[in-house]
Ligand binder design. Sequence first.
Ligand SMILES: *Cc1c(COP(=O)(O)O)cnc(C)c1O
Length: 241
Amino acid sequence: MRSQIQRRLDAVRERIRAAETAAGRGPRSVRLIAVSKTQSAEAIAAAYYCGQREFGENYVQEAIAKQDTLAHYDIGWHFIGPIQSNKTKLIAARFDWVHSVDRFKIAERLSDQRPGELPPLNICIQVNVSGESTKSGVAPEELEGVIEAVAALPRLRVRGLMAIPAPTDETDLQCASFRSLRLAAERLGRFGLDTLSMGMSEDLEAAVAEGSTMVRVGTALFGPRPRRETTAFDAGSVASR
Ligand SMILES: *Cc1c(COP(=O)(O)O)cnc(C)c1O
């Protein structure tokens, strides 16, 4: 498993590096978040031994089981999935970053529930850049108000914006969505945002070209995901999603 992950990790790092160069950006200006949802703790450990330190998870119970298994590893944990109110307490206690905050109420709970001994929780606001009613994320016209309110919460640190554009093979459309997120962040310059969480396995080049600082990559690192129903983790939250 390790040599396969090493090869894929090398290939993804190479893609990021090539995209940074093409965009005239410096090396390591983009952080790679390895999206390990539905993957085993062993797969995470294999990537860790290949030097990967930041991992993204979508399902709280599943993530916590793996965090417990890997408790002695020096890992930065990123929560990137949809957030239910009844899960905020665990997310606030067990993650370093949350990319998928899409309403004030969730942010308020995360701030209230962030344990006092931990540093403020790093937050990205998820923005609906594709304008689809089915996609989660704050509508662009509501973004400023939401950020203003979230930035005032004491136990959070608003770092930037995140988007999951509608999938498309057309580079122009990929770039247009990512550019709209970057422009939104530029308009919110007074909040001191330093993070654009955008780009996945299929579209990371377009995202880096448009200014991404964090790409969230799963399939290109770990291969196709096992069907979630067949994983041993959190059967409870499968039913609730
Ligand atoms: C699953 C997921 C990813 C990774 O997607 P890949 O196409 O496997 O790279 C990135 N971001 C979010 C929010 C995800 O849910």
